[in-house]
Design a protein around this ligand. Sequence first.
Ligand code: NI
Length: 167
Amino acid sequence: MAIREVREIGDDILTKQCKEVTKMTMRTQILIEDMLDTMYEKFGVGLAAPQVGVLKKIVVIDVGDGPVVLINPEVVETSGEQTGEEGCLSVPGKYGIVTRPNHVKVRFLNEEMEETELEGEGLLARAFCHEIDHLSGKLYVELAEDGIHDVEYEDAGEEYAGDDGEE
Ligand code: NI
């Protein structure tokens, strides 16, 4: 298990275009494992490779139904609309109100590099859009309708905004 440093807003790498993954290598497998470890450690629902400093089109998501790994993902269909709070591990302690499609279909390669499609609604649809945006250097803050706000924590000492986890 390895936790990688999460890059934060202001870091240039978060604004860059990511490259397609053309084959699965040991290095890429380790990256994916580390991305999952890092996402769970930080209590995120999704993480994109540029957030750990790697400009590859790889996303991991877990909205509570188990991990999903998406390689070279693209949104192929959207419908409906949802408006709600969105946050990002690269913008710690903040949230914004963002409108996204409520239903999203994505096409991607799985870890066996097989073409796969998946449909999501609600939070999963939001996570697809948010994470795929990271791969073209976009952060949700550009879409936030009413600016960026501080998260008010109910419990003091919440780890969420902390800086722990480096090894
Ligand atoms: Ni994010």
